[in-house]
Design a protein around this ligand. Structure first.
Ligand code: ATP
Ligand code: MG
Length: 140
């Protein structure tokens, strides 16, 4: 299987609880390598742009508010079949449905404050990586 990249966010509920290292450890143990990482405060405009696909959903306003409520850690992850590998270790969107041993089952507070984001396709991974990183910030 090919080595590919995906985009990850450690969300404000996790940074607030000092879980950046614990979440990253689970990503690494799942076979993903952090090839870029930075802690940022997302602006409202960035969060709205990033989640534009959800702008018609009833939770959009709350989601933007949550994603700007504290620092996040944006990361580029590399590994074999990185998108699927990351989605597997993240677990289901709603932590109540997430499998044991996943990041969301272990750490998420709610369907919204669910600790991590991960790209859902190779195509979106590229768009999301480009949204937050310059090529020279990614060192594989
Ligand atoms: P992400 O895109 O963050 O990796 P996901 O792909 O599992 O998560 P999406 O359906 O893309 O889930 O939803 C994006 C985010 O919006 C979720 O991670 C969650 O924070 C929030 N969200 C999704 N559904 C709900 C909901 N019903 N109520 C509140 N927030 C929600
Ligand atoms: Mg999604």
């Amino acid at each position: 299987m090919a080595v590919t990249r995906t985009f990850s966010i450690i969300k404000p509920d996790a940074t607030r609880r000092n879980l950046t290292g614990a979440v990253t450890k689970m990503l690494e143990e799942a076979g993903l390598r952090v090839v870029a990482s930075k802690r940022i405060q997302m602006s409202k405009e960035q969060a709205e742009g990033f989640y534009a696909v959800h702008k018609e959903r009833p939770f959009f306003g709350e989601l933007v508010e949550f994603m700007t409520s504290g620092p996040v850690v944006v990361q580029v992850l590399e590994g074999e079949d990185a998108v699927a590998r990351n989605r597997k270790v993240m677990g289901a969107t709603n932590p109540a449905d997430a499998d044991e041993g996943t990041i969301r089952k272990t750490f998420a507070e709610s369907i919204e404050a669910n600790s991590v984001h991960g790209s859902d396709s190779d195509e979106n991974a590229k768009i999301e990586i480009d949204f937050f990183f310059k090529p020279e910030e990614i060192v594989g």
